[in-house]
Design a protein around this ligand. Structure first.
Ligand code: NAP
Length: 306
């Protein structure tokens, strides 16, 4: 246990956490941001961001994350690499338990984001050997090859379009006959000759030994099954909240996303939430940034009244 008692500890250095950190640093709070991996969150693996205001030509997710991190650090935010193991939230002073020490804080913002959902079709066996969740990381391995992308949301459609810069053919397998993705992405995907849609279908398994050779697909309306010959399989079927360390300490919705009020206050006083890990109707960089700002200001007001 360290003797220092922080005003605020933030967990997670995606856009929500970095924004909360920026606001807290400017408010001259004694703040520490904990990140288990590389700062930036999911946008680091986003090839191109064109719906974040202020960048009319768009910006790479990596560059945007770097800018957010630099801006927050320049304003005084301290970022430490550490994985949070658990939280002890009873009492005015909260305890953030890491592997080898605990950190004490008067307030806490959980901005730990979300991770891609798995389908159970061989992800563990073939991860890095043909199955991937990250086009930015792995698309270059599939130059002039055939790949299958699974999902119909913004991620699947945006990343399938990105895959066509490398692959000669992308099959987009979706369980309905209508995409969930935003219309502008749909228009681009429909206009892309390299993308072939496989509607009303789910992936049931993969073929391969050292790598992927094919993806088994079943049409859920006709029950027809087929194997699409492919060298890679990208899975984008939604996200799960990163809340392993939270357990039952704050209230969550049925899917595990943390519930909060308009001030980002969770069910525990002094504990706030921001970004994709929150139970929210929209998950965008712009909404994560807004959450982070609100959460930081709420935490500031909270500790003023302690
Ligand atoms: P999402 O919006 O939840 O979409 C998941 C997709 O996977 C849906 O089309 C869903 O089908 C399908 N799916 C879910 N479970 C499945 C299963 N078991 N088998 C087969 N298909 C399954 O998730 P996302 O695309 O990862 O996006 C996550 C959040 O980030 C969203 O809020 C999204 O708007 C946001 N995002 C935004 C951008 C952007 O603004 N450019 C980019 C990426 C992500 P159904 O449609 O039938 O439910």
């Amino acid at each position: 246990m360290t003797d220092t008692i922080y005003d605020l500890v933030i967990i997670g250095a995606g856009p929500a956490g970095l924004t909360a950190g920026l606001y807290a640093a400017r408010a001259r709070m004694k703040v520490l941001l904990l990140e288990k991996a590389v700062p930036g969150g999911q946008i680091i693996v986003t090839d191109w961001v064109e719906n974040y205001p202020g960048f009319p030509e768009g910006i790479s997710g990596y560059d945007l994350a770097e800018k957010m991190k630099t801006q927050a650090e320049d304003l005084g935010l301290k970022i430490e690499t550490a994985q949070v193991h658990s939280l002890k939230l009873s009492g005015d002073i909260k305890e953030v338990v890491l592997k080898e020490k605990s950190i004490l804080t008067k307030s806490l913002i959980i901005a730990s984001g979300a991770s891609p959902k798995k389908l159970g079709i061989g992800e563990d066996k073939f991860m890095g050997k043909g199955i991937s969740f990250c086009a930015t990381c792995d698309a270059p391995f599939f130059r002039d090859k055939t790949v299958v992308a699974i999902g119909g949301g913004d991620t699947a459609v945006q990343e399938a379009i990105f895959l066509t810069k490398f692959a000669k053919k992308v099959y987009l397998v979706h369980r309905r006959n209508e995409l969930r993705a935003t219309k502008i992405l749909q228009e681009r995907a429909f206009a892309n000759d390299k993308i072939e849609f496989v509607w009303d279908s789910v992936a049931t398994g993969v073929d391969g030994f050292f790598g992927i050779e094919g993806v088994h697909v079943k049409n859920i309306k006709t029950n027809e099954e087929k194997t699409i010959k492919a060298d890679g399989c990208f899975i984008w079927v939604g996200i799960l909240p990163n809340t392993e360390f939270v357990k039952d300490s704050v209230k969550t919705d049925e899917f595990g996303f943390i519930v909060a009020d308009a001030k980002m206050q969770t069910s525990v006083s002094g504990v706030y939430v921001a970004g994709d890990v929150r139970d929210t109707p929209l998950r965008q960089i712009s909404t994560a940034v807004g959450d982070g700002a609100i959460a930081a200001v709420s935490a500031e007001h909270y500790i003023e009244n302690l």
